[in-house]
Design a protein around this ligand. Sequence first.
Ligand code: FAD
Length: 335
Amino acid sequence: MKIAVVGAGVSGAYLLNRIPGEHQVECFERRPEDKWYTVCAWGTSEPFIKDMFKSAGFDFEKYVLHRGKKMTVDLGTEQFEIKLKGLVTYDKHALTHDMIEGHNMHWGSHVTEVDGNFSDFDIVVDATGLHRALLPKIENDIVIPSLEYQVKSKELPYDDFYIRPYSGLSGYYWFFPLGEGMGHIGAGDYFGKYRGELDDFVKKYHCEVIRKIGRPVRVSPPLYCQPFTSGKVVGVGESIGTVYPMLGEGIIPSMQCADIFVEHMDDMKGYSEAVLKKFAVYAKVFKFIKAKLDGNFSLASYWPTLLSVFFYMKRNETRYGLQTKLMDLFRVLNA
Ligand SMILES: Cc1cc2nc3c(=O)[nH]c(=O)nc-3n(C[C@H](O)[C@H](O)[C@H](O)COP(=O)(O)OP(=O)(O)OC[C@H]3O[C@@H](n4cnc5c(N)ncnc54)[C@H](O)[C@@H]3O)c2cc1C
């Protein structure tokens, strides 16, 4: 088959290395190579992701910047610590770039429709993330605006992961260490509550700002991002909602989605079913976050959903790289 991968983010780049060699693959990225960047805080779970990268031929360990021991959760009135079980930051930009190297790339190709240029392709993958450039628009799509600075300072106040959730589960403020006096400070919030906070941090801790980046994160789960296919177009990654809504975590799920695509390349109905099955729990999590955002949340009615989400996180501590306690979940919910 001849396959076009549109978008060279983590899902597109990973896919380039997972599609079996007998197929002909070309990648189209809207940014020119020197302006291309991976907007992200670069946090992920090492024990889980390293095997995925191994299967794509990459040694994840080489890209690790900081191995976390604890995450401080600051609720304003109180702070507590979550023990980490493999949460790290890694140089996502370098690793994604290495995944692209050697592939047939069309940099600076902003694809907005599947026109005559794609007539000889059998499949066109929409891996354009938030843009979802080639699939029908999602009705009532929920995206969380976010902003992030990469900073450097000798006076950074934290030496490990730190988050401060905003009330009502509408988002959080983060510090993710990158080693050698560097870090990502950022914030994502449905109501944009973080305005000014990053600049205050920069001033207070005399930071050099290396890069300012930002884009909204899609938290609508796959269930609400259908259709996943349209003609010869197939969505993979954040374009079809593979972001864990509670954390805004999209690296691993986008790669998992790419793997599901590879397993079902000749069966798009099977692909859609497998994606919905794999990410069914995301729809549950989204349901109670949406209820919180809309002010319709009551513990009595959402208790069973909450409990099943807790058990899911508990079973998947290595997947998320952190220890999960029911009490911690309640503390954040009530903050
Ligand atoms: C501020 C921020 C921090 C985050 N932090 C984390 C984190 O720490 N850990 C985590 O797991 N997740 C994090 N996420 C989420 C994660 O980064 C994304 O979910 C993940 O990168 C999605 O991968 P993707 O390949 O599907 O899309 P993207 O990474 O968005 O890649 C899409 C690519 O498509 C290209 N493109 C777009 N439109 C077109 C077009 N029309 N034609 C051609 N190319 C196009 C873009 O330029 C881009 O290169 C964060 C997100 C944000 C915004």
